[in-house]
Design a protein around this ligand. Sequence first.
Ligand SMILES: O=C(O)[C@H]1O[C@H](OP(=O)(O)OP(=O)(O)OC[C@H]2O[C@@H](n3ccc(=O)[nH]c3=O)[C@H](O)[C@@H]2O)[C@H](O)[C@@H](O)[C@H]1O
Length: 431
Amino acid sequence: MPSLEDELFPSTPGKFKVDRAHNMNRQFHRCFASTSTMFLWALFLIALTASYLSFQSFVDSGSRYFSASWGGIQWEKQVRNSAQIHRSGGMSVLVTGAAGFVGTHVSLALKKRGDGVVGLDNFNNYYDPSLKKARKSLLNSHGILVVEGDLNDAKLLAKLFDVVAFTHVMHLAAQAGVRYAMENPNSYVHSNIAGLVTLLEICKSANPQPAVVWASSSSVYGLNEKVPFSEADRTDQPASLYAATKKAGEEITHTYNHIYGLSVTGLRFFTVYGPWGRPDMAYFSFTRNILQGKPITIYRGKNRVDLARDFTYIDDIVKGCLGSLDTSGKSTGSGGKKKGNAPYRIFNLGNTSPVKVPELVNILERHLKVKAKRNIVDMPGNGDVPFTHANISLAQREFGYKPTTDLQTGLKKFVRWYLSYYGYNNRKGLQ
Ligand SMILES: O=C(O)[C@H]1O[C@H](OP(=O)(O)OP(=O)(O)OC[C@H]2O[C@@H](n3ccc(=O)[nH]c3=O)[C@H](O)[C@@H]2O)[C@H](O)[C@@H](O)[C@H]1O
C-alpha cells in the first residue's frame, strides 16, 4: 500500500524529464539512423542521460535525510514510543506547538493520564528559545518526544502520520501576540494561515482522519461591545491582524469540516497565564520589570477607562482542552473523502471574571513584595481591545468546563514558579 507521504508527494521528480529525454532521443534516431556512427553516439547520449537522471533522483531523495533533523529508523521508533497509549480507550495525540506555554501543559496532562503524545515545535525566536528548550526538556523527562519542525513542512507532517495513526491533533502552534502583528505581519500569515492549511491538508488525507482541536482566540470578538462574549456574537470586526488570522482559521477549519468530514473544535482562549508562561505577555513582562526595578507601561483606554481582561489560569485551560478532546467526536472521512457530517464546534474558554490591568499590577506587587514603577499611557492604536469577558455556558454544558482559579491564586503560583525558574529564591524578601 502506498504511504501517505508517497501519495501526497510522488517521488518521481524525474518522470517528465525522462519522457522529454526519450522524445529527444527518438528525434536523434530518426535524423541520423542512416549512419551507424550516429546511432552509437545516440546510445552513448541515452546512457549519459540515464545516469544523470538516476544521480539527480538519488540527490533529491537523499537531500531530505542529509539536511533534516528528522527521519530514519531510530527516529521513527522514538515517535512510536512517544505515541504509545497506556490506558484503555486512550488517544494518540499530535500536539503542535508542544514547546509553547499551553502546549507543554496540555502534553503533560495527556501523558499523565495515559494518552500517547508526540510534540511538534519550530522553536522560533519570537521569545527566548531557551525557555522553549527548557519546556522541551521537561516534556522529554516525562517520555514525550518533541520533534523540531515547522507546520509548513508538509513532508514532515505526512511522515508523522505515516508512522503513527494519530486519533487526535491538538493544534496549538501559532504566531501569538496581539501587538507584534504590526511589526511582523507575515509571521502571522505564515503560521496561522499557511501552516494551518498545511496541517489540515495532511489531516484530511490521513486514513483514518484525526479529530482536530485547535486554539482560536478571544481576540476574534474584536470591537464587540456585548458582554459577556458568547460564541454566537459577531466576530467580523477584528482589531488586529492576529485576531483576523484567528478568525480566518475558524472559517478555514469550517471548510475542511464541510468538504472532508473533519471533526473540528476551535477554542477561544481568554488571556491565558501561569507557570511556564509566555514572556511577551503583560503579567510576565511586568513581573520581570518590577523585579529589576524598571518601569512598566500600563495602557489606558478611551476616557481614561482602565483596560480589563478575563485572565484565565493555565490549569483551567488544560481541563478545557482535555474536555474538548474527549468530546470531539470522530471525523467521518478517510483518504480525502467525506463519508458524512462531522462535528464542528467553537467554545469560549475564559474565566468569566474580568480584572482591570492596574489591579493585576497590584496583585503582582503584593506577591513580589516590590512596588512597581507605573508609567500610565493612553492606549496606542496597536490592535488592543478595551476588555474581554467570556460567557462559558456552552463549554460548561458540553464537557463540564468550570474554571476554579482566580487571578490572585493563579498569579501566586506564577510568581512562585518565576522566582524559582529565574533563580530569585535565594534573595531576601522575595520568597
Ligand atoms: O485572549 C487572547 O486571545 C489573547 O490573549 C493575550 O493577549 P492580551 O489579552 O493582549 O494579553 P497581554 O499581552 O498580556 O495584555 C494584557 C493586558 O495588558 C495590557 N498591556 C500589555 C502590555 C503592556 O506593556 N502594557 C499593558 O497595559 C494590554 O493592553 C492588555 O489589556 C495573548 O497575548 C494573545 O496571544 C491572545 O492569546
